[in-house]
Write a protein that binds this ligand. Sequence first.
Ligand code: UDP
Ligand code: MG
Length: 324
Amino acid sequence: MDAEPKISIVIPLFNEIGVFTTLIQQLDVISTKSTTSIEIVLVDDGSIDGTSLLVIDQALKDSKYQAVILSRNFGHQTAISAGLKCARASDAIMILDADLQDPPELLFDFYEKIKNGFDVVYGIRKKRKDMFLKVLSYNLFYRILKRTSYISIPIDSGDFCMMSRRVVNIINIMPEQSRFIRGLRSWVGFKQVGVEYERRQRYAGKSNYSFSKLLQLAFDGLFNFSYFPVKAMTSLGFISILTSLFYFIYVLYIKIFIGDMPSGFTATIFLIILFGGIQLISLGILGEYIMRIFFQSKERPLYIIDKMILNKEIQTINYGKCSK
Ligand code: UDP
Ligand code: MG
């Protein structure tokens, strides 16, 4: 293996024992086919099913594989960030899921585009073979994000992409604790292009994204790249003030010209609940931003690496000696 590969493929893995052998087979086929030197960075994100042992084993027997074993589960986006930091390629870095939902052979098309001067080539999902509800919520999310974000994040594109060395260098120095890679990638700019492909079903195993993790990802997209929620709070405030003003005029009119006070117990209760709800949601929205400031201000490292294997050798990671 060259000291410096031209292409790195970063693959986050969390409990992917069922796909591992097939994944490696497909990657080996691609790297044999390629005339350009490829390294593969396997990032184990705290798997508990033995995936980490397979990753270590692979990197120990084949030097084109690099193993990065995180100390616990840090989440998909952080695992990708760890991989991007460790990738050594001089030209381009590709991000690929382990479950083979995205075709690894697109590497050749992607790299062609990078060589033609594009800095980011991302996959656009033509059709999603997934559960109806998941497809529906994804569609809705991408469209909301598109409308509210202050940068243009392409619709229906995931993390599956190839980026030039300089884009990855820029992403690597971004200090964000809560990372939404496709947003950071768009933020960088330069020449970006999408390539359509059909997203397959998971090769084996089940999605590691629970509903709450998915919601967290959606929130990260929304709150990290949009100030729309805060603006919406202000608008709601104005709307409620206007509504109460109109209601006040209406009550005054009835009292003066008709001489009867409208009785409206239900309406009152309804309004109290409505505005109570609006206030709580607004506090929650503020909380989302404050929480992000809170985590950012701690300045903790994004992830901790337990073991690393490079060129078939276990690397020592020195976190410094304790003072005592
Ligand atoms: N993944 C990870 N850490 C996690 C969850 C997922 O590294 O906490 C990896 C997982 O192994 C896979 C990729 O991220 O390679 C995408 O996950 P998944 O296929 O479960 O998500 P989906 O495709 O269903 O959105
Ligand atoms: Mg998947």
